[in-house]
Structure formats: structure tokens, C-alpha cells
Design a protein around this ligand. Structure first.
Ligand code: ADP
Ligand code: MG
Length: 696
């Protein structure tokens, strides 16, 4: 239950005077439904008003606070003309301008012959002083109501800054004094003040430095949020670790047999990662581990050998992929190796139906199947394992965070399922800590030997014909080409149209050697086309980004990406990772439409400079910010209101260590600081982590 001290923060914003249902709706969309959401809605700018006794040219384009004498109203003659009011400041003429001004209202506000205090931006209109829509107009004795500094809030259509300022006046003075949850030495070292004082400061900026991310008030609030996040993750992690796992120890015979049949030996990085995973599986705790490795770093074989260990110990293992194509690809890679070692494998996807599916599920439940590979279809309730010991989830960022836990619930009642999550998206350290802080992490940081660097070039789309004609030699050599078509935002219909157009164009040059694949095709048709590409029946595959993740065609050597400037850096890196996998040198042609913006230039430049996925991810974070990086919503990445993972990255490991230390000392959060930390979890609505406390 939410602590009483926080009640007032969780009232709906409509409880504030002046905020009716319409404004409340707009505020909810922009910030959130409750007062606390307004609390977190910090100003992004500042109006500084200059007190001016007279009009001077240096005040033009500045915000000024003036005394005016109202001389004469000139209401608008037609709809388009503005309403003008001639005034004087110390004898110097000033015109006030209102668009769509109502005469009765303006005459009451600014009666002719009287003086008023006004504020607004001073403009120069054809050599005369003018002010459009003053932001404050008050009687002479009310000048104190015009502040010299005023915060400017992020807005949306229909909301004015004054709405926020009026709301602030109501809830800021009434903020509760919350118990301090931060460590005293940390507060002292960072020069942070209390939660409430930090908020009051953040909402009342008086200089540009107040907006620095490192400004103590803002940094403290960001830290609070990061700490709540880390504490929640650490609670989940500890509770997972407490759950009984199973010690799945094999005798190594199957694993040796499969390793021996591989045409290569594991790289040192693969060996280390496998040893870490094997140790977890053999240990009596439940495993929740992330295996991070760039595209082509060889995660699949590590996953296979881990699954084999579970099977050796008498359990079943499953590998779940985000798409049908990828599940099939894994199946094709794993089945022959596993079956040669005497293991039974099975593929379960949404396309397995009717009698065949029934028969498969019976075998699965009976335990005659050792390794199951599949898609989301594995989540269905009637998919029952005889004895699931290890679940591997490939390409995590396509799955939600909760699905990690859902799969692990497929095990026997009192034997926890070990979970291994694999991701090919290199995640900057800061992000990994905030998104996957509940997991242990293994990293494969090197690629198998013999890979040649991909020759990456940026080419103006105007040279399309040259590029298309240049593919002839590659085709003659039997190589395969991906041609990825522009990503049209929020419209897969347009995506498809663009891909179809390019397909027709390339077909004109290369006839039946060209195939097309896109997201609106039926799964069967997609797979069939993909299969023909793998088999070499078609050599050029025109595609929308459905090929993005994981697809492995060793003969593919050329990746053409149209409108590369529209793709994210990480996405381009993923796409490029599709070529040059089979020992042949790869080429990546980034076709862009000139002129490129600075950011777009920087992105393409980084891509040409490096193939190091981690470096690219760091640069991506730097250029774009975390939210966008993996697509916050789909990725299950936490959304932060106050913390900026780029600017505040320094604070993330501090929060992580702090969270670990706190829970080591006070696992149930029962000390005075522990109780304050519970308030923190509720404050940032991470309270579903509280359940992991009491279940202790
Ligand atoms: P990832 O899933 O990490 O993108 P894969 O597991 O698909 O990468 O591996 C990419 C390719 O590298 C596959 O063709 C695989 O057979 C091969 N491979 C994996 N490990 C090694 C290794 N140690 N030496 C040589 N080739 C390897
Ligand atoms: Mg893979």
C-alpha cells in the first residue's frame, strides 16, 4: 500500500484549481494523470525579464517589464488585421498588437488614459517599437505579480505556460517533506539538498546554469529516479536468486560430441561465456543471464551447448526466437548437430496446427523431445513441457521484460527454469545496467577469426543506376545481395510500395534473379522467398526491414540500404552485420538523399569508421538519447522522467552499487533508511518490486 505521506501527490491533476477535464486530458497526454507527474514535469527554459524605464534599441528581442500609458485603441477592421493599441513608455511610442483580440476584453484590460505594468517581448516593427500579446498586464500596484524570472515548461498544443505556473503555485508549496533515502556522505559529496528543496529549485530557475544536467538539484532528482530503478531491479534479482534452481550437471559427453563435430573451435570469448553459463546451469541457484554479442559473434552455438548440458542432466531445453524466419533458421542450424548426437529436436511456431500440433505437444509433454525451438507460440498455455530446465530467449529487445519471467514459469512447480537471454544489440553499459540490472551478463566481445571487414560506403541515391548496374559482377560470381528499402515512418503501406517499386526496377535489370519480401506478406510466402534466397534461386532480395535481425545467409556479400539517413545507427549496424559472414568480403552501400543534416552525416560517418557494435551503440546513445535507442516501449527499457542516461551516466553505477549495498545490509528495507527507500519506490511507481521484499 502506498504510504500516506505520498497521497497528495497521487491525486489527479484535475484536483487543482483552474484545471478542468479538457486541460487535465492534455496534461495527462503530455506528462501524466497525477500531481506527481506535474512534479516531474520540470521547466526546460526560462524567461528573464528586464526592468526597463525607457525603450532603447538594445532591449529589442528581450523580455521586458515596462510601465505604459494607454493612449488609443484601434480595433481590427477585418478578420486578418490585428487589434492595435497605441501606448507610450516615458513619452516613446509603443504599439501593442493582439490577433483575434476581443474589444470589450481589451478595453477593460487596458483602459485609454490609464497606466499599466506590462511584460512581454519587445519587437522592432519597421523601425517602431511593438509588443505582440504581452504575457502579463496588471494594474500599477500589482507589479509584484510579474516575476522577473519565470520557468518555461515543455508544452503541447492547447496548453499554455501559465497553466503550469498556476498549477505550480498550488502544489509546490504543499509538497510533503519526505524522509531522506539517500546516504548522508553521498549528499555531502555531491552537494545535494533534500528532495523537496531540490524540486523547488528545479522548478524555479533563475539562470541558464540551472538547466545543466549536472546542476545539483536536477542531478539529485535524476539520482533518486535511478536509485528507485536499481533498487527495483536488485529486488527482482535477489528474489530470483533465492528461488530454488536445479543443479543441472551433465557428464559432458554429449557436449563434447557436438563440439567435436563443429567445423571450428570456439573462440576464447565464446569459451568464457559458455563457462559462465554452464556454471550457472550447474549451480543450485536459478540463472537469469544476458548473453550479449554483436551480430555474427557466434551466440547460437553457445546457446546450443548450454542447452545440451541441460539435456545431459535429464531436462528439456528451449530456444525462443522473435520471428518465424529466425526460429526456422535456428532449427536448421541446430537440428542436424543435435540429432547427430542422438537428441530429439522439435520446431513449434504459430504455423504448427491441427493434428501435427497435437502430436507434437504430446511428445513434448511426454518428454521424448529434448530441444524445442520456437516463437511466441511457445507461450501458449497448452504448450506443456515434461521437464523444462533451460529457456534461451534470442533477441531480447523484441520481447517484453515480463516475458522473461513468463517462460521461466513453464518449468515444474518447484524447480526453477534457468533463463538465458541473448541479444545482438550491443547495449551501452549505462543502459545495460538500467534495463538488465536484474541479470548477470556475459559478453562475447570478439568475432570468430577470418572475418573480413565490410567495405562501407555512402553514396548519393542519385547514382542509383550505377549502383544497380554495378551488381552484375557479384551476381556472376554467385554472390547474394540484400536491397533494403526506405523505412517510411508509421506507414508499412508506404514501406511496401517503395519496396515494390524498387523490386520492379531491379527485375527490369535482372529478371527472375530478384525476389521481394516485406512485412505484409503472409508468413509462408515470406519464408518461401527467404528459402529461395538461401538456396540461391534468387540472388537479389529486395526487402523492408523484416530481414533486420539475425538472418544468416553465408553467400550474402552486398547490403544496399536506401535512404540510409532515415535509419538508426544501431539498425544500420544490424543490417550491415548480415553480409560478409561466410568468409567472403562484404560490401555495404548506404544510399542517402542529399543534403544530409549534421546528425545524419555524423551517423553515416561513424558507420564507415567502425564495425565495433559497442562503440556504435555508445555513439548512438550520444547522438539520440536512450529512449529512442532501442525503441523504449517495445524494448521494455525503463522510461525515465528525470534521468538522462547520456548526461547522467556517471550516476548509474553509483545507484547500482548503492542499491546492492542497501539490500545486503537491510534486505527487507526495515531500517529507518529502508523505510524511506520504500517511499522512494512508491514515489517512482516501482512499487511492484515491493512484492519481492515480503515474499523473502
Ligand atoms: P550471432 O547469433 O551471434 O549473430 P551466429 O551464432 O549466427 O552469430 O554465428 C555466426 C556465424 O559464425 C555462424 O555461421 C556460425 O556457424 C559461425 N561461427 C560461430 N562460432 C564460430 C567460431 N568459433 N569460429 C568460426 N565460425 C564460427
Ligand atoms: Mg543470432
Amino acid at each position: 500500500m502506498r504510504p500516506e505521506i505520498l497521497y497528495s501527490l497521487f491525486y489527479p491533476v484535475s484536483k487543482l484549481a483552474g484545471i478542468g477535464p479538457r486541460l487535465a486530458g492534455l496534461i495527462e497526454k503530455l506528462a501524466g494523470p497525477n500531481i506527481v507527474d506535474l512534479v516531474w514535469h520540470l521547466p526546460s527554459g526560462l524567461v528573464t525579464r528586464h526592468l526597463a524605464a525607457a525603450l532603447t534599441p538594445d532591449l529589442i528581442e528581450q523580455n521586458v517589464l515596462l510601465t505604459i500609458e494607454v493612449i488609443r485603441h484601434s480595433p481590427s477592421q477585418n478578420r486578418r488585421a490585428p487589434y492595435r493599441i497605441a501606448c507610450a513608455v516615458n513619452g516613446e511610442p509603443l504599439t501593442l498588437v493582439y490577433f483575434n483580440g476581443r474589444e470589450d476584453y481589451l478595453r477593460r484590460l487596458l483602459p485609454e488614459g490609464q497606466s499599466r505594468k506590462i511584460s512581454g517581448r519587445l519587437e522592432d516593427y519597421n523601425g517602431a517599437y511593438q509588443m505582440t500579446h504581452p504575457d502579463h498586464v496588471v494594474k500599477m500596484d500589482e507589479v509584484d505579480t510579474i516575476p522577473l524570472f519565470e520557468p518555461v515548461y515543455p508544452l503541447t498544443a492547447g496548453l499554455t505556460n501559465q497553466t503550469f505556473i498556476k498549477a505550480d503555485r498550488q502544489f509546490l508549496p504543499a509538497l510533503p517533506d519526505l524522509p531522506e533515502w539517500n546516504d548522508k556522505p553521498l549528499l555531502a559529496r555531491e552537494k545535494w539538498s533534500s528532495w523537496k528543496d531540490s524540486l523547488l529549485t528545479a522548478h524555479a530557475p533563475t539562470k541558464v546554469e540551472d538547466f545543466d544536467r549536472d546542476n545539483p538539484a536536477r542531478a539529485r532528482l535524476a539520482y533518486d529516479e535511478l536509485l528507485a530503478n536499481q533498487l527495483a531491479l536488485e529486488l527482482v534479482r535477489r528474489s530470483m536468486k533465492r528461488k530454488p534452481g536445479r543443479a543441472l550437471v551433465g557428464d559432458g559427453s554429449l557436449r563434447d560430441r557436438i563440439s567435436g563435430s563443429l567445423p571450428f573451435s570456439l573462440t576464447p570469448a565464446q569459451t568464457v561465456a559458455l563457462a559462465e553459463i554452464a556454471g550457472d546451469i550447474a549451480g543450485s541457484h536459478r540463472m537469469l543471464r544476458l548473453l550479449q554479442g554483436d551480430v555474427g559473434s557466434g551466440k547460437t552455438v553457445v546457446a546450443l551447448l548450454a542447452m545440451v548440458q541441460a539435456v545431459e542432466a535429464g531436462a528439456q531445453a528451449t530456444l525462443m526466437a522473435p520471428t518465424e524466419i529466425l526460429a526456422r533458421q535456428h532449427f536448421r542450424a541446430i537440428e542436424p548437430l543435435a540429432e547427430a548426437a542422438g537428441l530429439k529436436t522439435m520446431l513449434i511456431t504459430g504455423r504448427l496446427k491441427g493434428k501435427k500440433r497435437e502430436a507434437a505437444l504430446i511428445e513434448l509433454a511426454a518428454g521424448t523431445v529434448d530441444i524445442v525451438i520456437g516463437t511466441h507460440a511457445l507461450f501458449q498455455d497448452d504448450v506443456i513441457f515434461h521437464d523444462l530446465g533451460l529457456a534461451v530467449i534470442d533477441e531480447q529487445h523484441r520481447f517484453g521484460v515480463h516475458q522473461r519471467l513468463a517462460l521461466s514459469a513453464k518449468g515444474r512447480k518447484n524447480g526453477g527454469v534457468d533463463v538465458l537471454v541473448m541479444t545482438a544489440t550491443p547495449i551501452p553499459r549505462t543502459l545495460a545496467l538500467t534495463a538488465y540490472g536484474d541479470m548477470d551478463v556475459s559478453v562475447i566481445a570478439e568475432k570468430p577469426p577470418g572475418r573480413k571487414p565490410v567495405d562501407t560506403r555512402a553514396i548519393d541515391l542519385g547514382r542509383l543506376d550505377d549502383v544497380a548496374n554495378g551488381l552484375k559482377r557479384k551476381l556472376a560470381a554467385g554472390e547474394r545481395i540484400y536491397w533494403v528499402c526506405p523505412l517510411v515512418e508509421e506507414s508499412d503501406v508506404l514501406d511496401v510500395a517503395a519496396a515494390e517499386e524498387r523490386f520492379i526496377y531491379l527485375k527490369g535489370l535482372y529478371g527472375d534473379q530478384v525476389g521481394l519480401i516485406h512485412g505484409r506478406m503472409k508468413a509462408e510466402a515470406k519464408d518461401e522467398t527467404m528459402q529461395r534466397f538461401i538456396d540461391g534461386d534468387i540472388q537479389i532480395l529486395v526487402a523492408t526491414t523484416v530481414i533486420e535481425v539475425g538472418v544468416d545467409v553465408p553467400e550474402a556479400t552486398v547490403m544496399v540500404i536506401e535512404h540510409a539517413e532515415r535509419f538508426g545507427l544501431a539498425q544500420l549496424h544490424q543490417l550491415r552485420g548480415r553480409v560478409g559472414r561466410g568468409g567472403l568480403a562484404g560490401t555495404c552501400l548506404l544510399l542517402y538523399v542529399a543534403p544530409l543534416g549534421e546528425m545524419q552525416k555524423a551517423r553515416l560517418g561513424i558507420l564507415r569508421e567502425t564495425e565495433d557494435g559497442f562503440r556504435i551503440a555508445e555513439e548512438d546513445l550520444r547522438l539520440r538519447g536512450a529512449g529512442e535507442l532501442l525503441g523504449t516501449r517495445q524494448s521494455g527499457l525503463p522510461e525515465f522522467r528525470l534521468a538522462d542516461l547520456q548526461a547522467h551516466s556517471r550516476l548509474v553505477p553509483i545507484a547500482r552499487d548503492d542499491a546492492r549495498l542497501i539490500l545486503e545490509k537491510d534486505g527487507k528495507l526495515e531500517s529507518a533508511r529502508g523505510k524511506a527507500l520504500r517511499v522512494l519506490l512508491y514515489l517512482f511507481e516501482r512499487d511492484n518490486a515491493i512484492q519481492y521484499l515480503s515474499s523473502g
